[in-house]
Design a protein around this ligand. Structure first.
Ligand SMILES: Cc1ncc(COP(=O)(O)O)c(C=O)c1O
Length: 384
């Protein structure tokens, strides 16, 4: 028996949920944007309630304990020793991505990004604007990985920054030490800085794997890296929002502070409360969450594999299944499933229109209902 009940459905209507309101009034199961249908841990909810009951919400600085609590967490979970002074508190990982691209490169310089990847990595480049080259991920032994031996050739004369997403969204890859070392080695050889989005670090589902922050590999790698992290995903409070950048190199750290307190607002005070309480008391909830998500992941993999037109590979981390629908021979798989009452993230958002991404962080009964609808939609196709 799990100490937390993830099967209990919680209505999200009338909460202005982005995910649930997009198809309001229609019989659609929303399994797209990456938040979860689970309440945050009781320790977080109680800490927020206490803070709200106080009733005064004046200008608030980061709690004095926050940076040291983050350092303890990084050392405990990832054996990564970080000095509290290396940490820059940000309102979100996305704002960190845009800052990194703008501030760590000059207008004529270029960026390397994985493909497919969470769309804001690509948008951060196109909006800066900076030229970018995509690193095409490929399936190897059922994992989405980079073409390690071609990385060097993808670096151009003006390439200055490489964006990494580890664990990888979409695809759920947890990069190994040797893979990260190869990536870092190419960056060192070509004098390229690294910005590593590690927001899914707390969501490693495979108990045999550990998340390794790329900056933890060596001091020289750390000196060329900005790591972006947050507890928003793991503890399900992205609507409150707080992230941090770790940069040992003072020049990179300074760059990540650009526009902070100006056009980039400080986190709201409840974000400090949520993050600190999750750091201090959220671990047993996280372990239960991972157990539940493993069950959902296994459900998704088994049921998608029973649909021969779809392909899904191993998912070692995240609550997102990356599904290849090219076997359907349908011009727009996302619309097909939406018409059948399941809203998935369209692959086009990740530059891969023949795929869809399914968020399985919901109650298992709802997940089964969505998978039933997907199977029915496929069964009803003229060629089926
Ligand atoms: C890889 C990745 N980075 C960043 C974010 C968003 O982070 P934040 O809400 O802190 O901006 C997401 C959300 O899905 C994500 O998957």
């Amino acid at each position: 028996m799990m100490p937390f009940d993830f099967d209990a459905p919680i209505s999200r209507s009338n909460t202005d949920s982005v995910r649930w309101d997009a198809h309001l009034g229609r019989d659609v199961i929303p399994l797209w944007v990456a938040d979860m249908d689970f309440s945050s841990p009781p320790c977080v909810v109680e800490a927020l309630a206490k803070r709200v009951r106080h009733g005064i919400f004046g200008y608030t600085h980061a709690p004095v304990d926050l940076r040291t609590a983050i350092c303890r967490h990084l050392e405990h979970d990832y054996s990564w020793r970080v000095d509290p002074d290396w940490i820059v508190i940000l309102p979100s990982v996305v704002s960190g991505l845009y800052t990194a691209v703008r501030e760590l490169t000059k207008p004529h310089e270029a960026v390397l990004i994985p493909k497919p990847v969470y769309h804001h990595l690509r948008l951060a480049c196109s909006q800066a604007p900076r030229a970018f080259t995509e690193i095409p991920l490929a399936l190897e032994d059922d994992r989405w990985v980079m073409p390690w031996h071609q990385l060097h050739d993808l670096c151009g004369e003006h390439t200055k920054l490489a964006l990494l997403c580890n664990p990888q969204n979409p695809g759920g890859t947890v990069y190994s030490k040797s893979e990260l070392t190869q990536f870092a080695h190419v960056c060192e050889q070509n004098d390229i800085l690294i910005c590593s989005d590690e927001i899914h670090a707390g969501l490693v589902l495979n108990p045999a794997l550990r998340h390794i922050p790329i900056a933890s590999l060596s001091q020289s790698i750390s000196m060329r890296t900005v790591t972006l992290m947050s507890l928003n995903k793991t503890f399900n409070f992205p609507g409150i929002g707080l992230a941090w950048a770790v940069a040992e190199n003072p020049t990179l750290r300074q760059a990540m502070q650009t526009n902070l307190h100006q056009t980039i607002a400080d986190p709201g005070l409840l974000a400090y409360t949520a993050t600190l309480s999750a750091l201090q008391g959220g671990e047993s909830w996280r372990q239960s969450l991972l157990e539940y998500l493993r069950g959902n992941r296994d459900t998704v993999i088994a049921r998608i594999r029973a649909m021969p037109q779809l392909k899904v590979s191993r998912i070692d981390a995240t609550y997102l299944a990356w599904i290849d629908c090219s076997g359907l021979n349908h011009p727009d798989p996302h619309s097909l499933f939406l018409a059948a009452g399941v809203a998935l993230s369209p692959g086009a958002q990740f530059n891969a229109p023949q795929c869809v991404r399914l968020n399985f962080a919901t109650q298992r009964a709802r997940l089964h209902a969505a998978l039933d609808r997907m199977a029915l939609a496929i069964g009803a196709m003229p060629s089926a």
